[in-house]
Design a protein around this ligand. Structure first.
Ligand code: ADP
Ligand code: MG
Length: 642
């Protein structure tokens, strides 16, 4: 057997089990080896029978005191017997194990491990595991791995398969240079992998986990370095000039660019004209005006005769950008297309064809842009918006649609600089730390639910002034349908609570793209005053006339997410307000939310968030498969400082 063999090569793993393993992302023996335990069970020292506590799992050392009897109760075969130690006796029951009647004999001593429940007057231990004292002594010295499982795949089966792969683990070649292993006092990789699955001691396990996490960081950082190296040698195939026409376009915008915008545009210009391909992350707080920067870059590339692609995470956002960018670029002879998953097959085909024939200069869309069918012609610039919603792979998939095009990614989730270097180590970073001058700082308040009626009166007043409002209902984690119900019932409540003339609509994740778009369109057209929504609207939505953002159960959201939500208002000249309703007024929740009240600065919030959550949650920032660390997430390590 070899590492690259299919798991089905392992004895006892048939087709059915292979399919189950596949669900866990395990196809080869090597994948199996990297399926690390979620946690470990330890076997405790036995306690006396009279010390047992109802509901707690415990081990006892006792001998069989009565013949085991089997009895059928409905469809169950129940085996019962009594065991005793010097402190007392205990009843034990097993289900569907009738053969125990033959194998258990009076006087035999075992260690029983299980949970006791109170039945009638006495206690019962139900369906315990049991071991000979010798076997149990072995177990207490070790810890039992508990693996990630899926229906039909038991921990026992995974453990058994793992045991068969043990010889391969022992022969694994060292993956790091010897110098690194010794310098950082690391456990050899073969040893570490074995210890992860079959730990000999607490200490060995800790060292093993340390080693595995080290590898994950090491290879991630190394691959980032490699990409960066490669890019540094990547010749600029698409020199793009800055023309008079672009200059005029900028001059005729309805606003003057902020200094930060100007600076980033200068950086892009330099990249376009430089020797190497552009690879740039534009990090700008919500509302800092990243879109126009992208549009200017597109215009330059299109005027130089190239094609461009703009990838965004949601369809709602794709439509919004399509419309606003079409408007901005009208009269510029830029042929713009929209490509999203929900288009009819026919429409999609049409767009694909036009892209291929270069009858489109700029395509705006979602993941549909990186499907196999999408082929481009002289694709010279790809931009990903709200990068934090995509993974490195998707970002690469888009650039691989062309031949080493210029790449720009934009993110509104400010992250501390060290983290940015890790996640985006392969990119040059531009920071947009300035909001357009017409913006008034958003006024925030963090309040309890008692404040709700006051908030409603406030909303009425803002609507009377011609402004619009967002209300965010919390996500319902358990199910999307509960979430839908929640949004709808909240909308009803709100309709009853505010004045007649106010038009309220809702938006949720279950609506299809057409419905969502229609609602958003009506909201932009100001036919809707108050939009009740789940966090679907979180990213990118731009309606400068909205001045109130009210977030229900704000304590359930992360600070970075709240900051994103807040970014939906304060986009125009009018004073905007953010009302965070705290549904659970504990000290911690209030303290955390107060951070939002204190500052509108995304970078400050990101740092505070990190401080409050502690470094253990460092990678909580990493979203949707940004970098796939298996263990690094779980272990609180300060390896990053190396
Ligand atoms: P974000 O950085 O969050 O993506 P957007 O690009 O959506 O921000 O811009 C937010 C709003 O600010 C838009 O309505 C946009 O037209 C406007 N805007 C962008 N730049 C400026 C500027 N320099 N002055 C005034 N308004 C601007
Ligand atoms: Mg944006």
């Amino acid at each position: 057997m070899q590492l690259e063999d299919s798991v089905s090569k392992i004895k006892g793993v048939g087709d059915k089990t292979s399919t189950l393993f596949h669900k866990l992302g395990v196809d080869t023996v090597e994948d199996l080896i990297h399926l690390y335990p979620r946690y470990y069970l330890s076997y405790e020292e036995p306690v006396d029978i009279d010390a047992l506590k109802v509901g707690a799992r415990a081990a006892i050392r006792a001998s069989i005191a009565s013949y085991a009897e089997a009895k059928r109760v409905r469809s169950l075969m129940l085996v019962t017997c009594t065991v005793k130690d010097i402190t007392g006796a205990l009843k034990i029951t097993w289900y569907n194990m009738p053969y125990l009647c033959r194998t258990l004999h009076i006087g035999q001593e075992f260690i029983f491990v299980g949970t006791v429940t109170a039945k009638g007057a006495g206690l019962v231990m139900e369906h315990p595991e049991f071991y000979s004292p010798e076997k149990y002594a072995d177990l207490t010295r070790t810890r039992q791995p508990v693996y990630p499982l899926t229906g039909g795949l038991s921990n026992k089966l995974v453990s058994k398969a793992m045991r068969q792969a043990l010889p391969l683990m022992q022969q694994m070649e060292e993956s790091l240079p010897a110098q690194v292993v010794s310098e950082f006092h690391l456990m050899p990789v073969s040893h570490a992998v074995c210890q992860m699955h079959f730990p000999e001691s607490e200490e060995a396990l800790r060292k093993a986990a340390n080693r595995i996490v080290f590898d994950e960081f090491f290879f991630y950082l190394a691959s980032m370095e490699m990409i960066k190296e490669r890019q540094n040698y990547q010749e600029n195939h698409y020199p793009i000039p800055y023309t008079k026409d672009t200059e005029n376009f900028i001059r005729r915008l309805p606003f003057t660019l902020t200094n930060a915008q100007k600076r980033v545009i200068d950086e892009i210009r330099a990249d376009f004209a430089g020797e190497h391909t552009m690879n740039r992350l534009v990090q700008g707080d919500v509302g800092s005006g990243k879109t126009i920067v992208a549009v200017i870059a597109f215009l330059m590339a299109v005027q130089a005769g190239y094609q461009c692609a703009y990838m965004v995470p949601t369809e709602v956002l794709a439509y919004q950008h399509y419309e606003s960018i079409s408007k901005l670029l009208s009269g510029k002879r830029v042929r713009i297309g929209l490509l999203v998953g929900s288009l009819s097959a026919k429409k999609k085909r049409h767009i694909y064809e036009k892209l291929k024939k270069h009858e489109l200069d700029l395509v705006i869309g979602t993941h549909a842009l990186i499907q196999d069918k999408a082929e481009y012609d002289r694709l010279a610039l790809v931009i990903t918006d709200e990068q934090h919603r995509f993974g490195v792979k998707q970002r690469q998939a888009l650039s691989e649609k062309g031949w080493e095009p210029h790449v720009m990614v934009m993110s509104a989730t400010p992250i501390p600089r060290t983290l940015a270097l890790i996640l985006y180590g392969d990119l040059d970073i531009s920071i947009m730390d300035e909001l357009p001058a017409n913006r008034l700082p958003i006024k925030n308040c963090v309040v309890g639910t008692k404040y709700r009626p006051t908030a409603y009166r406030f909303i009425e007043k803002q609507v009377a002034m011609g402004h619009q409002v967002y209300v965010i209902c919390p996500m319902v984690e358990e199910s999307e349908s509960l979430e839908v119900e929640n949004v709808i019932s909240y909308t009803d409540t709100l309709r009853a609570a505010v004045g007649q003339g106010i038009h309220i609509e809702y938006l949720h994740g279950r609506m299809n793209s057409e419905e969502k778009r229609e609602i958003m369109q009506r909201y932009y057209n100001r036919e809707i005053d108050v939009l009740v929504s789940t966090t679907v609207i979180e990213v990118g939505i731009d309606n400068p006339n909205a001045t109130v953002m009210m977030v229900e159960n704000a304590e359930r959201f992360g600070l970075a997410q709240l900051h994103q939500l807040r970014g939906r208002v304060g986009r125009g000249d009018a004073q905007s307000y953010c009302i965070f309703i705290c549904g659970k007024e504990t000290k911690e929740a209030m303290e955390r939310l107060e951070v939002m009240g204190k500052s509108n600065d995304g970078f400050f919030i990101a740092n505070e968030d990190l401080r409050l959550r502690g470094p253990g949650d460092f990678f909580g920032y990493r979203q949707s498969g940004e970098a796939n660390f298996e263990l690094a997430d779980i272990y609180n390590l300060t390896l990053i400082q190396i």
